[in-house]
Design a protein around this ligand. Structure first.
Ligand code: ADP
Ligand code: ADP
Ligand code: ZN
Ligand code: ZN
Length: 763
């Protein structure tokens, strides 16, 4: 046994969020999985206690000069937290919207390829930056390395059926009747009564680009005068494109945006690089050929470079590419913008970066890394987690997937329930011991579930015809109505493209319940989102005789220091923005005087600190006279989606993707005849929570709705009425329907990875 195995991270008396004096010894140099129902306190231990304290202690080691510039972490609520090592959190936060970030740049593989081309390509365009689209020496001069250009959309700016005098110019600042519009309604060089769609090429050119010496007679306020004619396109570009847009009012910018279209750059055709960089070849391939290929193909192409000098560089790129392939992302290409990746794909790519690093003695923390992974690929994920461990690191994983739990050295099961009903460690030990444990997780692991015996009959069908977006190979498929359909397939097979693109695109009435952020305001809470806040304000005003606005932290009741945010937000240029609790109100958002006003012994802050469950109680005790706007029904919806453990005032920004998805669903229940589309609704759900979710989906279907879910979770697949399986593999090797039918029929299907795993799961 190595020395590390004798060491532990020890925590005593942890009290963050719902934790009830949790004490734990986590073995170092081992893989520990934290499991338990959603809201039981896993994140409170792993992220809010261990990761925060590790970061805080690390910051303490710097000089005051550096420390003053670092985020200030508050000490987590715990008696002691000892023997931590530096923690690296690999989460599912989106990698970011910035369009210069691609799979190649974020993994650093692009810089290796650049070195390869600059040293060994012919003809060489120059030193490394000559192949960088983020550097002036390499970027395409037309699009500045973005691969896309923004141009005025003349299809919107002009109505071809109308004449200039008649209002053909639709762009408001240049429209007929405006001061600038007179140029086009009064010009004597064009027939202003001829529909612009009938203009000759020369006339159109004059309308857009004519100018210089031509005069237009303008008869404005009685007196006539001559002004210079300026082409419509020239004027648009001068006023709205060739200037610093930030000088325009937001309203103007939004308006202009409506009349712009983004398209592939006509010069580089999306390749982002200048002509010299694009002309360079290695073994017949240009750098763009390399970045456009799927990773799996690029490994083969670079593997053919046997030159004694270039070979080792190509080999370094191949080693990194193989790590991407190993985590099931071989279908991505290096030029894919990171902003278009899903949370799970992003997390696995971040993992690639750490796998290549030679650091040891670190604590790596993962948040449900199996999200978005087909059971086929979970084995590969496990290999990677174990490799990180074997390099001498401590690996902590929050996870529900039984296949990941199975490879853990140590499991910590939190519970017994969510929120105030949880916050305890209910089991610690090996996966084998957990299977025998009398906890929700233990019981779920022992249980076997068969496929649905009697699936519902469809009431009809929606057809998707010839879908060819992304990797889809002219897919035509019927999505049955009035039933629960699971769309399955390995990552990258085209599930999201088919459902969120083709299906939803053709059904504008579908209700899409996804995991994206809710709203833009940092002030949203379950109370505001569900419309309960208004009721609360009215109730407090009625009972205390004060103005309702006093009970709003967006209005008169707000703490003056933080303006009702409860937190102070510091944006540091060189790192992630940091938030700290407001010292004046201690995070309560309200002014002191508001806190003294109570209803039934509770201040508004007390009520906002209640879980949905307790708030239901609170309203019940007020009696039947008070059910403004169905506040009980709204709180009941939170219970239906399994979120009773949330407090009414918890910022929505603290919710996980899965919780965001479920709170959105809570506002969409009580419909009939609707199509619901959910992308991986089991994210963040414990096996026991999945039962609750399935019951809810059943209720929606039984109420006359159609429900379509993209899912990997085999319990959901078994429970569906109908399965559409895409594949056979990811990327260009996917995009076909490999199976449609009932779960029982899927058991007999061949050529489907989903079928293989379903048979495996049934033993
Ligand atoms: P899990 O990770 O097991 O799903 P969490 O640790 O996220 O559970 O949550 C445990 C409890 O703490 C829940 O009741 C949750 O609503 C609450 N909680 C989590 N984060 C916050 C927060 N930032 N503010 C207030 N309550 C929180
Ligand atoms: P799944 O949902 O089954 O994981 P996706 O529909 O996300 O699969 O992806 C199917 C294929 O389409 C993959 O090759 C993927 O790389 C590609 N793809 C998905 N989204 C985009 C996008 N925004 N831009 C370019 N390619 C995309
Ligand atoms: Zn370009
Ligand atoms: Zn404050």
């Amino acid at each position: 046994m190595d020395q590390l195995s004798h060491q532990f991270i020890t925590i005593a008396g942890a009290r963050e969020n719902n934790l009830k004096e949790v004490s734990l010894r986590i073995p170092k140099g081992r893989l520990t999985v934290f499991t338990g129902v959603s809201g039981s306190g896993k994140s409170s231990v792993v992220f809010d206690t261990i990761a925060v304290e590790s970061q805080r202690q690390l910051n303490e080691t710097f000089t005051w000069f550096v420390r003053n510039r670092l985020p200030k972490y508050e000490r987590p609520h715990a008696d002691t937290i000892e023997d931590l090592s530096p923690a690296i959190v690999v989460d599912q936060k989106p990698i970011g919207g910035h369009s210069r970030s691609t799979v190649g740049t974020m993994t650093d593989i692009y810089s290796v390829i650049r070195v390869l081309f600059s040293r060994h390509g012919t003809p060489s365009a120059g030193g490394a930056t000559a192949y960088s689209f983020n550097d002036p020496s390499g970027m395409c001069p037309e699009c500045d390395g973005l691969g896309r250009t923004v141009r005025p959309d003349y299809g919107r700016i002009l109505d071809p059926a109308k004449s200039l005098a008649d209002g053909a110019v639709l762009f408001p600042p240049f429209a007929a009747g405006t001061w600038q519009g007179q140029t086009y309604t009064n010009t004597t060089d064009l027939d202003t009564h001829k529909p612009v769609g009938e203009f000759t090429a020369a006339e159109r050119e004059f309308l857009l680009r004519g100018g210089g010496s031509k005069k237009v007679n303008v008869n404005n306020t009685g007196g006539a005068r001559d002004i210079d004619y300026e082409g419509l396109a020239d004027r648009f570009e001068r006023l709205y494109l060739n200037r610093d847009l930030s000088t325009l009012a937001q309203k103007t910018r939004d308006m202009v945006q409506e009349f712009l279209q983004e398209g592939r750059c006509p010069t580089c055709h999306g390749a982002r690089l200048n002509a010299a960089a694009l002309a360079t070849r290695i073994g017949g391939l240009s750098i763009t050929d390399c970045t456009r290929m799927e990773v799996t193909d690029l490994i083969v192409a670079l593997g053919r470079i046997h030159d004694p000098v270039a070979g080792p560089i190509a080999g370094a790129a191949v080693a990194a590419l193989e790590r991407i392939e190993a985590i099931g992302l071989g279908y991505l290409s290096l030029d894919r913008e990171t902003s278009s990746l899903s949370g799970g794909e992003g997390q696995r790519l971040k993992m690639v970066r750490h796998l290549g690093s030679s650091l040891t003695g670190m604590t790596y923390i993962f948040d449900e890394p199996s999200v978005g992974l087909h059971p086929r690929d979970v084995g590969r994920l496990n290999d990677l987690l174990l490799r990180l461990r074997d390099k001498g690191n401590t690996v902590l994983v929050v996870e529900h997937d039984p296949d990941v739990i199975a490879v853990a050295d140590h499991v910590v099961d939190m519970g017994p329930r969510a929120g105030t009903g949880g916050g305890l460690v209910v089991f610690e030990g090996t996966p084998d011991e957990l299977r025998g444990a009398d906890t929700l997780t233990g019981r779920q692991l022992r249980r076997t579930r068969g496929v649905k015996e009697r699936p519902r009959e469809a009431t009809g069908g929606h057809w998707i015809e010839d879908a060819d977006l992304h990797n889809l190979k002219n897919v035509s498929v019927r999505v049955p109505t009035g039933v629960l359909t699971a769309v399955t397939g390995v990552a990258g097979s085209g599930k999201s493209t088919l459902v969120s693109g083709a299906y939803v695109g053709s059904r504008p009435d579908a209700v899409v319940v996804d995991q994206s952020a809710i709203g833009i305001s940092g002030r949203s809470t379950p109370a505001t989102y569900l419309g309960i806040m208004d009721t609360l304000r009215k109730l407090f005003a009625r009972e205390t005789g004060e103005r309702a606005s006093l009970f709003s932290f967006n209005s008169q009741g707000a703490c003056e220091r933080c303006q009702g945010r409860g937190i102070i937000y510091s944006d540091l240029a060189f790192m992630d923005p940091v938030t700290t609790t407001c010292e004046a109100c201690e995070g309560r958002r309200f002014k002191e005087e508001v806190l003294r006003l109570t209803v039934g012994g509770h201040s508004i802050v007390d009520v906002l600190e209640m879980t949905a469950e307790r708030a239901l109680d609170f309203f019940d005790r007020l009696g039947d006279g008070f059910d403004d706007k169905g506040v009980r029904r709204r709180l009941g919806a939170l219970r239906d989606v399994g979120l009773t453990y949330l407090t009414l005032g918890q910022p929505l920004s603290t919710l996980s993707g899965g919780e965001r998805q479920r709170i959105k669903l809570a506002t969409q229940l009580h419909r009939t005849g609707t199509t619901y589309v959910l992308d991986e609704p089991t994210t963040g759900l414990h096996m026991a929570d999945v039962d609750g979710l399935l019951a809810l989906l059943d209720r929606l279907v039984d109420a006359g709705n159609t429900v379509v879910v993209v899912e990997h979770n085999l319990d959901v697949v078994k429970h569906a009425d109908w399965v559409i399986d895409l594949g056979p593999d990811g990327g260009k090797h996917g995009g076909r329907i490999v199976f449609e039918g009932t779960p029982a029929q899927l058991l007999d299907a061949t050529g489907s990875f989903t079928a293989d795993h379903l048979r495996g799961a049934l033993g």
